[in-house]
Design a binder for this molecule. Sequence first.
Ligand SMILES: [Zn+2]
Length: 248
Amino acid sequence: MSIPESFGSPPIEIFDETPERAMVVFAHPDDAEIGAGGTVAKWARDGCEVSYVQCTSGSSGSNDPSVSSDDIVPIRAEEQRAAAQVVGVKRLIVLDHADGELEANRRFLGELVEALRTCRPDVALCHDPYRMTGFNHRDHRMAGFTIMDAIYPYARDHLHFPEHVRKGLKPHKTRHLLFWGSDSPNTVVDVSSTIDVQIEALSRHRSQIPGLRRGSDVESRMRERRRRNAAGMPFEYGELFRRISTRA
Ligand SMILES: [Zn+2]
């Protein structure tokens, strides 16, 4: 990690390592590519094994009164599979929670602990549950709180969820947790070389972002936001995160 000379406070560090394995936990189809698509595409291209954990089916994700949950679920599932393929994700785990009903409870905690012990990421990425400067979907908060707990202490210590250990999974220590959508980011990833891949992946979520096409206003706004994220940095486009790291 290196710190550029010109930037204000709070200091934002450039995260320039490529982890061996990363795991992205997200509430709804499309959240992962919106929050961290450039980072995921870059790491996957550079040899990182990326796993996705999708927590809900996105069954409430439509503003069209003629569309039912039964209609939208298979569409979003297919969109997510296609988008994951574009960014180079190796494994897509889909949990069985209803959209809008995610709870930070024992069942969900156990699922994330098992996913961590299975995927064994160096870095986990998720929604920042502490965002207070705007409305944040409740499912996003539940996912953020629960992955934080799952990393420490539950996945790390063998006496938590010992049934995983009994079936052959080992306890796991995740080095970094990166929260996207944070009010107080402290880390940036240079995504200049993969912003095109990210936009391509986002365009697969046609039911959610119908206006996203090459040269569209939606695309310009996405680029502009990521350009602002990189202000003062020695690169053009960035993704910002709040990083929490375990002590060595
Ligand atoms: Zn969402």
